[in-house]
Design a protein around this ligand. Structure first.
Ligand SMILES: *Cc1c(COP(=O)(O)O)cnc(C)c1O
Length: 339
């Protein structure tokens, strides 16, 4: 391991809160949020509802909990959920749709950017009858993490949502990094969510908050979601302490453009590094195909003082974020060149 601080690009969740966020945590007016008496949480929930273009939103401890609550609220036990095969809800949430909502997932293969088509929704749809469970939900993801942070266009989301709605099926958008998509596409957040029934967005990734995600939808949806949050053990008390920094995180949307520039710089530099072939990033995620195993490549990187994560046997992921400056990217590339 190099003497200096490792440059940590395992995820944009590794950011440490700014001094302003620590002050906001200390100074936040608080109350018991389970009684809906925390003014900071109430403020955050109404601001995010406006930003995302929904009637209401709910502060939840994690993105995973937001997605799981959405699945539970939208569906009946035993139904099917149509998901993209590489999606976070399918791959990385411990099979939660089955555990928390009693759903059977029906994965469909998106294109190389993770986009599924209206025709695929029609094909995968199952009508409930005496033998068949019925489709209860379609779940989309933007940006698409496993496909390398691809920013899915609002028209692609609308098209799938319209197809689902024609079949009477609600749509949830996993927008853990929706703010990255918004910046990359130069499209307001509420435009991306226009046709979907609910959206989850993380405050704790590129936006830099220490804790928390938002789940947004109609008043009726959020009322039910609040009950399910309690059921799942996510009812928090003086949550303004963490929601305060969350309010500041909302001011970091435009800043994500820097992360995207840094990711482009990293990918460009990786072209010249032996052992890895980078994909061109659309946002803050850089995937690279490795010649040897991903684990072996990452071990060498770590020894040189650069951290990423394996995404597959021969695929690695690096993520840029606000604790990684342009200089850090240049240093990381120097270290990898010299390794
Ligand atoms: C990170 C992530 C989540 C889950 O968020 P957590 O706060 O880590 O639970 C969900 N979906 C996607 C696409 C993610 O990248």
């Amino acid at each position: 391991m190099s003497e200096e601080r490792p440059i940590d690009m395992r995820s944009d969740t590794v950011t440490r809160p700014s001094d302003a966020m620590r002050e906001a945590a200390r100074d936040a007016p608080v109350g018991d949020d389970v009684y809906r008496e925390d003014p900071t949480v109430n403020d955050l929930e109404s601001r995010v509802a406006d930003l995302l273009g929904f009637e209401a939103s709910l502060y939840v401890p994690s993105g995973t909990m937001g997605n799981q609550i959405a699945a539970r609220v939208h569906t009946e036990r035993g139904e099917e959920a149509i998901v993209e095969r590489e999606s976070h809800v399918y791959k990385w949430e411990l099979g939660g749709f089955a555990q928390h909502a009693g759903l059977q997932v029906r994965p469909v293969d998106g294109d190389d950017r993770g986009v599924i088509s209206p025709a695929q929704v029609h094909e995968a749809y199952v009508e409930a009858d005496g033998h068949r469970p019925g489709t209860g939900l379609v779940c989309l993801e933007d940006t698409h993490n496993s496909k390398g942070g691809t920013a899915i266009a609002p028209t692609d989301i609308d098209a799938v949502a319209d197809a689902a709605h024609d079949l009477g099926v609600p749509v949830h958008l996993d927008g853990a990094r929706l703010a990255n998509a918004s910046v990359a596409l130069d499209s307001p957040l509420h435009r991306l969510t226009h046709e979907v029934d609910s959206t989850m967005m993380c405050l704790s990734k590129g936006l830099g908050a220490p804790v928390g995600s938002m789940l947004a939808g109609s008043e009726a949806f959020v009322e039910k979601a609040r009950r399910v949050r309690k059921l799942f053990g996510g009812g928090m008390r003086q949550a303004g302490i963490v929601a305060g920094p969350g309010l500041l995180a909302l001011e970091n949307v435009e800043r994500l453009a820097e992360d995207h520039e840094h990711a482009a710089l990293l990918a460009e530099g990786l072209e010249a590094i032996p052992g890895v072939t980078p994909y061109t990033p659309e946002t803050n995620i850089v995937l690279g195909a490795t010649d040897d195993s991903a684990e072996a490549f990452l071990e060498e990187c770590a020894e040189a003082g650069v951290l990423g994560v394996p995404f597959d046997d021969h695929l690695v992921r690096f993520v840029t974020h606000w604790d990684v400056s342009r200089e850090d990217v240049e240093t990381a590339l120097d270290r990898l060149r010299e390794r």
